[in-house]
Design a protein around this ligand. Sequence first.
Ligand SMILES: Nc1ncnc2c1ncn2[C@@H]1O[C@H](COP(=O)(O)OP(=O)(O)O)[C@@H](O)[C@H]1O
Ligand SMILES: [Mg+2]
Length: 673
Amino acid sequence: MSDYFFEELKAYAELLGIDRPEIVKCLENARRNPDTAPAYKKHFMRELRRRGLTLSELPAFGVGPSSPCDGVSPGDVLLGERKVKALALAPGSFDEHALIVGHSGSGKSFLIRHLIPQFAARGIPSWIFDPENEYKVLLRRIDPAKFLVLTPASDRDNFLQPPAGVAPQEWLGRLKNLCREVFYFRDGSINLLDGILRGLYANRGVLDGGSDYPSIADLVATLDRMEFKPGTRFSGYHESLVNRFRSLAANLEKTLSCRRGFDLAALAARTVVFRLSGMSDEIRNFYVCLKLLRLSSYMEQSLASGLRMLVVIEEAHKLFNERISSRYDLGEGMIFGSARTFRKRGIGFVYSDQVPSALPDPLLANVNARFVMRLVNGKCGWRMAQAMNLTREQADFIPLIPKRRCIFQSADYPEPVLFEVPLLTFDCVSDEEAERHSQSALATLDWEPLAGETPAAAECGKPLPGEKRRSSGAKPNKAWQEICRALAESGFLSLSELYARLGNVTPWLARKIMNEMERQALVELCPLSLGTRGNPKTFAVLTEKGAQFAGLDYDKIRLAGRGSTEHVILQNLLAETLRSAGKTVAIEHQANGKAVDVVEIREDGASAYEIELEPAHPHVVENVLRDIEAGFDEIIVVTKNQAGQNETKDKIYKAVPWEKLGRVKFKLFREFS
Ligand SMILES: Nc1ncnc2c1ncn2[C@@H]1O[C@H](COP(=O)(O)OP(=O)(O)O)[C@@H](O)[C@H]1O
Ligand SMILES: [Mg+2]
């Protein structure tokens, strides 16, 4: 008789009173003659029911082997409503990966947050890919010296830097696969990318062992220098590279813009939460895959056996889905292959998802530990029931599983057990606190910034079919002067206003000229979304270099305002709108020892306008408090969107004394334009 069946009988016997002679006798018989075990189980169940224990109303789940192992425990095994014992799992059950499914709110993330500190205490750190910004609370559960939260703003990782021990050629190969999978590049684009990256590596001596790695800026500069006749094959390949890498450069600018990123050894020794909130699926998949490639290359170097790390992938279907798996014409790609190769390197995945029916078969088949929480969608429940070989009544229970409860099955527990996660509470950890903690930890990590040189475009071999090589030198013409003069005159202009002034230049050509001028740092282009419908409007301003080019005195023409170009343009837009309504305004007006973004001056008083692009920043509240102190009779906080307004409102309502709140108003940018 299989052990677990006997264990189950024993659990029933315990409920009935294991010291009663007749029960002992039944158990003994069942052990000697395994064929009779099912009959004894029935007998025990009947006895239990007679005593009012409603086991029979619940689908029968096993209780697993009783041999106590001091493993991690996700919770307590239930028999009916009774907690029988702690469910103990050898950490090794996770080295062949775990899958946690359940609809949203069923308690998946809580279960993971319960498990991770237990692994950390055993010296097994986790990397958590966190799309909902909910894992920072682990700061209070894990030794802070072994815990980090990384955001796209604080992470440093140059994807063109090969990991230690991986040859540049080999790294290029892995990068190409990654890009093929996450960006859905076709062979043409991949070959073009390969040529460019090889060229960049060769130019910088990386192929000869140098460590002057190129960065994303160099890649984008090279792509920008290439030009193909529209409509040709290569122009299509080129365009998809330009789109993807430009968006990558914009979204992960802080992370990618470095020569050398953080040392992997330091990250792999810690539990790291990678914040993914706000990333598009493609950017997010690129980022996650890059991290996985790095981790795998690092772990490859030492082949100690057993589980050494966990990688938690929330919303697994975004990375592991049919769309990506159908991309492999031959063999499995990096993403799906990762389940197999990572196991060999001591890395266990914990996949979490709310729609198991969206997960491809290879993933479901390749996990050892399976956790099923409540699933209301019939298709999803059925999929899991099938994958786990559940009985009909067990499967019927899936949509009814109460919160915190979970069906578990693994090689050690072939018969599914039902367990309950303990009631957990997590103390709140604010973004600021997580940030502060990580900043001090990151300050000790080694990385190398880019020296502010201009990106180097690589020459890569012979021109490709349809390629027109653009010379790197300037080809300034009359239009350039005209553009500079128009910008100097108005301070800033939207591209459409600018094109309207150019007379006989087509918008298409004008845009090309603007791109070239931007590349040569004569103008700055700043796309701004003001919360109105349609695409963001792009504004252009003249740079100092641009003023020199046009022979103008920059100090005389520069825009009033402070902060990022975006902020300066918004200040001027706002001032312009107020002025055109006949008001007297000043930009960067000094009051109470601090500059106010825009001030409207009236005979009987003044209003302060504060433009807040980053509602989370602590200076938001500070600005308002100081403006109140300075005696403005109205302080208007202007944000770009409603979400930003809600966030600033929250903060300001908490910080400003109520009798003064009447002076604070909130407006959205679009209310002015
Ligand atoms: N073990 C638990 N202890 C206490 N509350 C829990 C527990 N599990 C779930 N909850 C409650 O359910 C909510 C949803 O849980 P969560 O783990 O975020 O679900 P999911 O990740 O499946 O969407 C939590 O915010 C919490 O209030
Ligand atoms: Mg969750």
